[in-house]
Write a new protein. Structure first.
Length: 123
């Protein structure tokens, strides 16, 4: 990440009584932190797809982001594990299962579906 890509602008906006911190990434609006009555901070994330935003209590959003980061960190591969994973993926690039292998795989998946979802939700 390049810190030059980020910009924080303290702004007065018409729909808020207090100033807000607007956060831009590569000149695109990304998020806003605002302060509301009773000492509560909120963070709003831009949703460019439908021209609105999602607003969450700041501490709650930061807690969820930290939890996600902590959870993800448990799954990070060591450099050795990553090299082993990449080698395995390279091996599988050109793998073409035989009809017997494909049928065996499909039978195992069907058994798993029945185990977890019962008979009514299978093919």
């Amino acid at each position: 990440m390049n810190n030059d890509d980020w910009e924080i602008v303290i702004a007065d906006v018409p729909d808020k009584e207090e100033p807000v911190a607007e956060i831009y990434y590569k000149d695109e609006f990304w998020a806003e932190i605002n302060y509301e009555d009773h000492g509560s901070f909120f963070v709003c994330f831009c949703n460019k797809d439908n021209a609105n935003y999602w607003e969450f209590p700041y501490e709650e959003a930061m807690q969820v982001l930290q939890e996600a980061k902590d959870h993800l960190a448990k799954f990070q591969r060591t450099p050795e594990e990553q090299a082993k994973y990449e080698a395995r993926m390279k091996e599988l690039e050109n793998w073409k299962p035989t009809p017997e292998e494909q049928a065996d795989y499909e039978a195992k998946m069907e058994a798993q579906r029945k185990k977890w979802y019962g008979n009514e939700n299978t093919k």
